[in-house]
Design a binder for this molecule. Structure first.
Ligand SMILES: [Zn+2]
Length: 121
């Protein structure tokens, strides 16, 4: 049982106390309404270092909106940035994304091999 709580500051000067999941980083901005409360876990991201630059892809974290009007958002989910859109994923969908990335990694390796075969390294 999680007994941890967090005090949420509201833009009207009020406060509210909410249950705080263990995985939440505990960074809560002032919100206009309780429906805006967002628990966010540690973000993970694929970092690709190329030619002195770092590119980031597929940011993802555990997320929960405990007071959202959408009941599905009140339960924890994974929020992931895919193709420029933040997508809400359940556990099975996270595995589908991971499988697609693994398949794509294989295709990328094959493409690199094809390029090397053309004499470009
Ligand atoms: Zn939180």
């Amino acid at each position: 049982m999680n007994a941890k709580t967090v005090v949420i500051r509201l833009s009207d000067g009020g406060t509210a106390t909410a249950a705080e999941p263990d995985w939440c980083r505990g960074e809560h901005d002032v919100v206009d309404a309780l429906a805006d409360v967002l628990h966010d876990g540690q973000e993970i991201v694929a970092r690709i270092h190329l030619r002195g630059r770092t590119f980031e892809a597929l940011q993802a974290s555990l997320t929960q909106q405990p007071f959202a009007s959408d009941p599905a958002a009140r339960r924890p989910y994974v929020s992931a940035l895919i193709d420029g859109v933040w997508v809400r994923l359940d556990a099975g969908e996270v595995l589908e994304v991971a499988a697609a990335l693994e398949a794509h990694a294989g295709r990328l390796r094959a493409l690199g091999g094809e390029l090397a075969g053309l004499g470009r390294t």
